[in-house]
Design a binder for this molecule. Sequence first.
Ligand code: FO1
Length: 330
Amino acid sequence: MRIVVLAGGIGGARFLRGLKSAAPDADITVIGNTGDDIHLFGLKVCPDLDTVMYTLGGGIHEEQGWGRAGETFAVKEELAAYGVGPEWFGLGDRDFATHIVRTQMIGAGYPLSAVTEALCARWQPGVRLLPMTDDRVETHVLIDDPEAGGAEGAAEGRAPRKAVHFQEYWVRLRASVPAHAVIPVGAEQAKPAPGVLDAIAGADVILFPPSNPVVSVGTILAVPGIREAIAEAGVPVVGLSPIVGDAPVRGMADKVLAAVGVESTAAAVARHYGSGLLDGWLVDTVDAAAVSEVEAAGIRCRAVPLMMTDVAATARMATEALTLAEEVRT
Ligand code: FO1
């Protein structure tokens, strides 16, 4: 069975670990979000690609869900000693090696897809990991400009706003201020990476894991051609809600959902994707009341446990998603 998964960071990577366990013989292609990418210290950092690669390759810092296990921070400390920032983004020594290899290969003319394939040759994640595009896309978030009157100024609607890089919004600001817009800068000019459209066209099933529907799955869908390819693939598309009991299981999906006018509920996210894209949607058992609302939107829905407490629980979720896919397959 050929499965295509649109994955963001931590939630997507953890789901993939369960999917591999539930479908060990499946041919899994992951289309990874690159909108979180950031250029620091002259290096290109790809958080979501690295989280998938490290998690499935066995190198992840398990509690954090990002970065490498067994990290040291000598380089980060030396950079700080030189007064070279930013200090708010925790890059470890082992992780730096990944960004050095990536940046060196890109500098030699290799596209990000080839670089990702080369890095995965070491990590053997057991899936084909494709960046959504080889072109540069970086998500920015529009916030109230704290230097210009901040939130109270905004109350009168007069404070100017400014765009900050997604990583600054999420890591430095801890998503603590309202996001007025989320802009995947460069998405309109981006092209799907080699292999992406072929993988979608050749899929038997397409899954949206419990990744952030705006800044992860949403960013992948913003690359021209990808949303259309999925809608026209003619195979079941099944998603798993990242929102459980009206709150994101992890991260700050509610902050960016508000930015795009979507309420933080399992049903609202399904409607946000739409029945033109989704054939099936899994909500957690605490959201069982949402099933009828989702079905009314033309999307088959089932309530099952969605907490990825361990690989076995996640494998059960993946099995439920694949089962629902077979039910909706016309
Ligand atoms: N997340 C944090 O909350 N704090 C960090 O210092 C941090 C550093 C970091 C370094 C490399 C990397 O690949 C990811 C990192 N992340 C950090 C996570 C990252 O912000 C998110 O994983 C994704 O961008 C969103 O899924």
